[in-house]
Write a protein that binds this ligand. Sequence first.
Ligand code: GLC
Length: 743
Amino acid sequence: MSNQFKAILLLNVLFFICGCHTKTRNKEDAFINNLLSRMTIDEKIGQMNQVSWGDWNDLARKGQIGSALNLTDPVALKEMQRCAVEESRLGIPVLVSRDVVHGYKTMQPIPLGQAATFNPELIEKGARMAAIEATSAGIRWTFAPMVDISRDARWGRIAESFGEDPYLSAILGSAMVKGFQGDSLNDPTSMAACVKHFAGYGAAEGGRDYNSTLIPQNELMNVYLVPFDAARKAGVATVMCAFSDNDGIPCTANKFLLQDILRDEWKFDGFVVSDWASIAEMVIHGFASDSKEAAMKALHAGVNMEMVSGTYLSNLKALLEEGKVSISQIDDAVRNILRVKYRLGLFENPYFVTNKDVFYAQNHLDIARKLAEQSAILLKNTGQILPLDSNTIQSIAVVGPMADAPYEQMGTWSFDGEKEQTITPLTAIRDYIGNKANVIYEPCLAYSRDKDPKGIIQAVSKVKQADVIVAFVGEEAILSGEAHSMADLNLKGAQTDLIEELKLTGKPVVMIVMAGRPLVIEKELNDVNAAIYMFHPGTMGGPAIADLLFGKAVPSGKTPVTFPKMVGQIPIYYNHKMTGRPATRKEILLDSIPIEAGQTSLGCTSFYLDAGFDPLFPFGFGLSYTTFEYGTPELNMPVFGKQDILKASCTLRNTGDYEATETVQLYIRDLVGSLSRPVKELKGFQRIFLKPGQEKTVVFELPIDNLAFWNAEGKNVVENGDFQLWISTDSSIGNPIHFKVED
Ligand code: GLC
C-alpha cells in the first residue's frame, strides 16, 4: 500500500470519526435545544435546583427539581423519579446524586490512602466498582474525585485528597473520573463524576476548614488548577466550586475560575454545581447583602446548579424580570445540565433496578483488599523484624484502640459502608494465625482519645507473654474529613503512653497507624521496632494488614504527603521553592546552641531552631521488605528542543530476599525561570515488580512540553535553560543529572 494511499485512507477515517462526533453532537444539541425551547421559566429554574433529604414528590411533579442528593430509600427514590418523569409536564428526569468518594458499600481506603498506592489502574478499578454498586442503588452522579492540593495535615479534608503533588493528583484524579464514568456515560453502571472543590480549598489558612485562602495567580495556575485541568481532559461531567474565598472572592462567585478558565480557556461543556449552600453562604461571607444578590452573583459567575440553599428557586425569576440576570445566562445553565442528563441516557432510561448482589461482591472485596494492601507504607523495620514468621510465633499480642474498630477503619465519607462488613486487623490476624499461635487481644484504650491508663496497666502483664506485640493506634474516622481540622497532630489520649509501656516490656513492637492524615509520630517511632502507616484502609483493611505482617504481601506504599516532625513545620511539602537562603542541613539546633550565642552565629538560612528543616518522612517515601539498587540515570540527549521527547532510563535491581514492587519516581528541576521554580517536581512514576536478584531498566518518556509552566505573563511556556533530573525512590534522595532545553 503506497504512502499516498495510506494518507488518503487515514484522512477518510479521520473525516468519518469527526463526522460521527459532529453528528452525535448535533443530535445532542438538537434534542437539548428542542427541549429548552418548550420549557417555561419555572421549569428552567427548576433544573438549576438540587434538593436533599425529604419528600420532594410534589416539587418533582412541578418540574422544580434538577437533582436530588442523599435520598437512599430505593422505593422513595423510584417514586420521586416517577413523579418527575410521568407526572411533570415535560418529564425531565431528576439526577440522583450521593457522595460516593471511596466506595459505596465496599469501602476502599480513603483517597489519601489510595494515593499512597501510586497505582492509577487499580484506583480506576476501585472507582468502577464503586459506580457499579452505587448505580444499582439509583445513584448516577457522585461528588468525587476531590483533587484539592493538600499541604497541611491540620486540614481534615486532606483525607479526601490525593495529597500534595499536582502531577500525582492529576493522574489519580483522572483515573477516578474514568472509573466512575466508565467507557460511556450512558451505560447504566456509569455515574457522572464531579471534580472538586474548584479551586484552592486545600490552602485554607491555618489548615482550618472553610477558612480563607490567599493563592496568587501563578500558584493557582501552576499548582492548584493542574489536577482540575487533567480531570477536564479526562472528560469529567461536572465541577463543584469550593466554599472558600480566595483573596476576598468566594469561589462560588469567582468569574475568573468559573468562566475565564473553565469555559473560555478549557472549553468545559458540563455543568457547575455549588457546594452545600455555598451560594446562600455568600451572605455570611459578607460578599452579598442578601440571598437574592448571592443568587445573582453566583449565576453571573457561572454556577449552573445550586446545592440545597434554594436561592435560585426563590429569586431568579424576579432577578430576570428586574433585568439583573439574563435569559441567556439561565438557558446556558440549563443547557449544561440537560447535556449531562442526556449523556447519562436518563431521558431513555430514567429508572434503575436495585441489584444487591453487587454489594460486597467478591471481586469488589478483592479490589478493596488490593488497594488497602498497596496503600500501606512501611516507615521503619529495624532488624527486619517484619515480616513475622507465622510458623515460629507461639504467641502474638494485638493491642490498641484501632485493632478492632470496624466503623473507624472505613474512614471519613463512608455514608453507605456497613461496619458489620468490615474485617478488622484483630479478626484477620486471628483468621491468619489463630490456629497455630495464641492471639492475645488487649484494646488497652477504649478509643484513640481515651486518657485512662487503667487498660494499659492491666494489659502489660498479659502482653509480656507474647513473642511480638502489634499495636494499632491512630484516630477515629470522625477526626478527619470535612470540618474536622486539628491544631495538634500528636497521637491523642494515652496512645503515646501505651507505646512507651509496650517498649518497656522488652518485646518487639510493631506499630500500625490508622488515620485520615499524617500524624506527628517521631517519638512513638523511636519506641518501636517497625511501623506501617495505613490511611483508613476501608472494609478489607484487616486482611490486607495481616497479609503484610506475615509476608504474604510486601509493602509498596509511598507517602503522598510529607510527614512533619512537628505541626509547627506546616505547611511543609517537597516541591517548595529554593528561597535565597536555603537550609544547609548542617544548622546548629536548639540543644546545641551555646549560651550568649552571637546574633548571626547560627547562620542565616531557612530552618527551625527546634525542628531543623527536613520532615520526618518526605513525599514519595516508603520502605520494602527487600532492598532496591538504582543505577545512574541516562538520557537520550544532553540538549533538547521544545518539541523533543526526553528519554530517561536507569537500572533497578532487587538486592534483597523478597519479590516486591518499587514505585520509581522521576523528578525534574527547572534551575532558572522567569518565576522561581520548585526545587523538584514529580513528572513520572512507575510501579516495577522485581524478584530477588532481578534487574530491569526503567525507561521514562517525557515530552519536553511537559516542562511548561504558567509564567508571570499568564502564558504556558517551556523556557530555555538548565534542568536537573532524578530517578529515585523518593523526593529526598538521588544524584541529579543535567540537561538543557534550547530553541
Ligand atoms: C459537603 C462537601 C462536598 C460534598 C457536598 C455534598 O459540604 O463540601 O464535598 O460533596 O457537601 O455532601
